[in-house]
Design a protein around this ligand. Sequence first.
Ligand code: NDP
Length: 264
Amino acid sequence: MDLELKGKVAAITGGSEGIGLAVAEALAREGVHIALCARNGERTAAEAERIARQYGVTALGMHVDVTKPEDIADFVSQIENTFGGADILINNAGTGTNETILDAPDDRWQYYWDLHVMAAVRLSRSLAPMMKQRGGGVILNNASICATQPMGHEPIYNTTKAALVMFSKCLANELIPFNIRVNAINPGLIMTAGWTVHAEKITEGTGRTAMDFLSDVAKEHAPIARFATAEELANFFIFLCSPKASYCVGSSYYVDGGWLKVVT
Ligand code: NDP
């Protein structure tokens, strides 16, 4: 299927590894020019260079901490200077948490609010006017199944991802008159460094391997009984970016191997 994405420009936060990088590669394979950002600027620039070489697109990789408004402003300026705007925005940067509500101080809540919600607000506010001028666009917010079905150890993650899903819905209503389609994606278990590092820590010195631990996690939670690769999830992202998904607006799509326990 021709996804009709060739020549578009996509901005992707948290693009140095994991899901963000897989989405960047999948888009670049379709001929999309790429602007990546993450806090590790060197790694992000190196991935951008590799993508440019491998797929023959223009790719920018920058140091940006998306919790900082001034870093977001720099990212947007670079996108404007390099590409004259963007057609696609993937708000992906984020990470799990571990706390109890009674113990977590305000600054912890604030950090993840900035990371999971305000980064998407600020980037959408900056890039949507450019999308309007270009005749339309796509914004995808990478939330989580935990936005609906919370995990016990991470109340701040669950809460901020739920807020991101509601933000998506409100933004979708505001922007569809300008041909900008906004959606949220709620992934389940996706095999990325966050999971492998966590599994290595938990199994250290126990005689169990990290892979055994992850296999048990998958069997416990997902009827499909395995993790997805980041590439499997990226396939769904790029479909939603495509004009082929022209009637997909204001929804939350679960990509979770059957993990969600209710019908919504
Ligand atoms: P990874 O840890 O593999 O990648 C996270 C990316 O975000 C990295 O590029 C990281 O780079 C970047 N990042 C983190 N904090 C910031 C920040 N403050 N500013 C800019 N960039 C930042 O995670 P995943 O690929 O697994 O996760 C990506 C998204 O998908 C997250 O929002 C996560 O919540 C969501 N998700 C993941 C699931 C999974 O099972 N893996 C399931 C459901 C949702 P750097 O550290 O250099 O900043």
